[in-house]
Design a binder for this molecule. Structure first.
Ligand code: ADP
Ligand code: ZN
Ligand code: ZN
Length: 733
């Protein structure tokens, strides 16, 4: 071949910080962001071209040549390559792993990407006489022809299969007879358009739109703090329409969408086919289709969870992050990053606006408002004019509970049900009972590979570890002393559901948690009585706290939130406040007045008292004061090094090495070092975990320390026996 070769660097999906060099001959286009098949070890691996070095081959000996290129044009644009490089650098993650995270799952395999258009068949002009004659001779052909005749735009394979399992042969015959034509079309989501109520924006909503609209051509972070039901989504929609009218596209991130098809429907009804989604309940192919349609500009909006942020497009005009305070925006395994913070970076790089919204914005975001980095807009009124309920405490310090419920709570449930209201009970603990013990010797149902107790799941008569999934049958007698005195303690959602069903036999009791709900369809079916406005009781975990709009709930009861008062997790009080306000915000959204009851054995605890008395802004202000006093984020920045190893001593040794690297570094005195210490839950899934944190008041100090530290830390090899992970801005210390 006459074309000169070049040496190119590739990123592989491996937990290593360096790139890999291969020779690329002139026949291959060397474009960054292209995927290549590479020889690796004895096999082959997929790599993404990062950079190309035109230097002479002679300086490199033994360099292998790439096997082949997989893409005609780069899957990742130069903008996303830059964003990935920033993310890898800021969060101290290997570039290869970051880049593969940016690709749709389907593209992480060494395959040529499929086309995302689908074949469809449509009917040619067929007169009724012919149709009738087919009916008697070839009933299957007739069924298909009639269905095609009725369809507006023809039918694809999935739709044809619904008419006849074996549709291939009759369709082929119809094609041969010239009665049917085959074509290709975009496989866009089927829209279940609902009729939208026609209303004008409230003056508060209008004001926010008027304020933001002229600023849509530049990078700014807008934070909308609006109580649940205040119409934030309507404001996003209005601004999105404007961006789309200008020919630009929108990425819309939510913490959870699998269970909220309502939101997708609302967007599609308003914006039409322009909206695609991407979330974990979809197949890789479906997600790739959304990604591809957004990339090609067939769709103008992509709505999805965390990873939808990395959707490719050249015309991004706006990013929206709803429920920005939600912890699910933080990726806790694999590549560790915070989608909200990366989104802000992406918006800044593209000089486009980003809108964050929440009823309970994170403490960081409020702090950023105070520092004038973010602009704050408020919606304090619900659209329905009803006020969010005040939180009332139910003092349970002196009274016995019945399956987690106080007599006052049961009384309130009764009252609301007889007034045709719906009740939501929040208990963030699934299973039947969290503790199983021997009454004789004190044996407990510990997991054999985690420092945790296994939860009783009575329906399957098993003990299940919620951390690793390990399960055993519930023993009849004590494994230690043999006594037949195995008892369970504490209440999980399953037990609560059973109890309430006995208490209120005429009423639907609907449990919503990870055990009872496996899919969106399933969820929708279970929620039918709730939508039908029938009196009913919803029992649920965190799953119910997110974004659902059910206007007939009039009472919210929160059963067991006291743990948060004594947690060592420094964000525990922020989390508690957010959860209580989010959950209580589900009450009284329509004309019905809502009531929110919080059971506690510590009604005099300052946090409990403040929850009833103060507004969210006042509560956050107090948290900020506390954090400032102790020097925790957002008044400091944190990086945590974690090792999980086969033995605790090994984990501690690895971190001691990190600590000794630290001591050799210039400016190390500007950071505070905590640890190494065993993690709170030291043993998890059979591995032992320890951590070392560094804190500094200034991000600059952290950055400078990391820049010197990382090359040394990268020399610590990850093996089966011990693995190091780094978290920048972790949620916990
Ligand atoms: P949020 O996102 O703040 O929870 P939504 O935008 O979902 O609030 O609005 C709550 C409910 O109020 C929805 O059912 C929505 O259709 C309705 N709504 C929003 N804005 C208006 C308005 N200006 N007039 C009447 N109804 C509205
Ligand atoms: Zn025992
Ligand atoms: Zn376990």
């Amino acid at each position: 071949m006459s074309q000169p070769s070049s040496i190119c660097s590739f990123a592989l999906s491996l937990p290593v910080y360096h790139l890999f060099d291969y020779e690329l001959d002139g026949a291959n286009e060397c474009q960054a962001g292209n995927r290549f098949l590479l020889p690796f070890g004895r096999g082959q691996k997929l790599g993404i071209l990062v950079s190309c070095d035109k230097q002479q081959l002679s300086t490199h000996k033994n360099i292998k040549a790439v096997v082949k290129s997989l893409d005609d044009s780069p899957l990742l644009s130069s903008h996303l390559m830059l964003l990935a490089a920033w993310l890898a650098d800021y969060y101290c993650q290997p570039l290869g792993e970051v880049l593969f995270q940016f690709l749709p799952r389907l593209a992480r395999k060494a395959e040529i990407m499929p086309g995302t258009r689908v074949q469809f068949w449509s009917i040619n002009a067929v007169d009724d006489e012919l149709l009738l004659s087919i009916k008697s001779k070839a009933p299957r052909q007739y069924d298909i022809l009639s269905a095609l005749k009725q369809s507006e735009n023809g039918l694809d394979a999935v739709e044809l299969r619904q008419i006849h399992d074996s549709w291939h042969q009759p369709v082929k015959t119809l094609l041969d007879r010239g009665l049917v034509t085959k074509g290709w079309r975009e496989n866009l989501p089927k829209i279940v358009a609902t009729r939208l109520p026609n209303f004008d924006l409230t003056s508060d909503q209008q004001k926010i739109c008027d304020d933001i609209a002229p600023l849509l051509n530049q990078f700014l972070v807008h934070l909308i703090q609006g109580v649940t039901g205040s119409g934030k989504t309507e404001v996003y929609l209005e601004l999105m329409e404007q961006v789309i009218r200008e020919g630009k596209q929108v990425i819309y991130l939510v913490p959870e969408i699998g269970l909220t098809p309502q939101l997708l429907q609302r967007l599609q009804s308003r914006l039409g086919q322009a909206v695609v989604s991407s979330h974990s309940a979809m197949t890789s192919l479906q997600r790739y289709q959304s990604w591809d349609q957004f990339k090609r500009g067939v769709a103008q909006v992509i709505i999805g969870t965390r990873s939808a942020l990395f959707s490719e497009t050249e015309k991004l005009g706006l990013i929206i992050i709803d429920e920005e305070h939600d912890a699910s925006f933080r990726q806790q395994d694999g590549v560790r990053y915070h989608a909200r913070d990366v989104a802000i970076k992406r918006a800044q790089m593209l000089n486009i606006p980003i809108i964050l919204g929440s009823a309970t914005p994170s403490v960081e975001s409020i702090h950023n408002v105070q520092k004038t980095h973010f602009r704050l807009y408020r919606l304090d009124q619900r659209v329905s004019q009803s006020l969010p309920p005040r939180i009332e405490l139910l003092d349970c310090s002196q009274i016995p509970l019945n399956t987690g419920c106080s007599p006052q709570l049961l009384q309130a449930i009764k009252q609301h049900l007889s007034a045709q209201g719906q009740v939501l009970l929040f208990l963030n603990r699934r299973g039947f009972a969290p503790v199983v013990m021997c009454h004789e010797c004190g044996w407990q149902s510990s997991c054999y590979q985690c420092d945790a107790r296994m939860t009783l799941h009575q329906s399957v008569n098993k003990l299940i570890c919620h951390h690793c999934g390990f399960s055993v049958m519930l023993p009849h007698k004590c494994p230690d002393c043999g006594a037949r005195k195995i008892r369970h303690y504490g209440v999980g959602t399953q037990q609560l559901e059973e109890f309430l069903q006995l208490q209120f036999p005429q009423i639907d009791v609907i449990r919503i948690d990870r055990d009872s709900v496996k899919s969106a369809k399933h969820f929708e079916a279970r929620m039918q009585p709730v939508r039908d406005a029938k009196p009913c009781i919803l029992v649920g975990t965190q799953m119910l706290a997110k974004g659902h709009d059910y206007p007939h709930i009039s009472l919210v009861g929160m059963l067991d939130s006291d743990q948060a008062l004594f947690s060592s997790f420094y964000r525990a009080s922020e989390r508690l406040i957010q959860t209580v306000l989010q959950v209580s915000g589900r009450a009284g959204r329509a004309e019905k007045k809502g009531q929110a009851l919080l059971q506690t054995a510590f009604p005099k605890h300052p946090l409990m008292l403040n929850l009833c008395r103060q507004s969210y802004s006042e509560l956050v202000e107090e948290i900020l004061q506390e954090r400032k006093m102790v020097g925790f984020p957002p008044f400091s920045r944190v990086v945590t090094f974690q090792v999980d190893a086969v033995e605790l001593t090994l984990a501690m040794q690895q971190l001691d090495k990190v600590k000794s690297f630290l001591s050799e570094i210039d400016g190390a005195s500007s950071v505070k070092v905590i640890g190494p210490i065993p993690a709170l839950m030291t043993r998890r899934i059979g591995r032992y975990r320890a951590q070392l944190s560094i804190l500094a008041n200034e991000i600059k100090s952290i950055r400078s320390v990391l820049q010197q530290l990382m090359p040394k830390v990268q020399g610590l090899r990850n093996t089966q026996k011990s693995r190091l992970t780094i978290e920048v801005d972790p949620l916990d210390l």
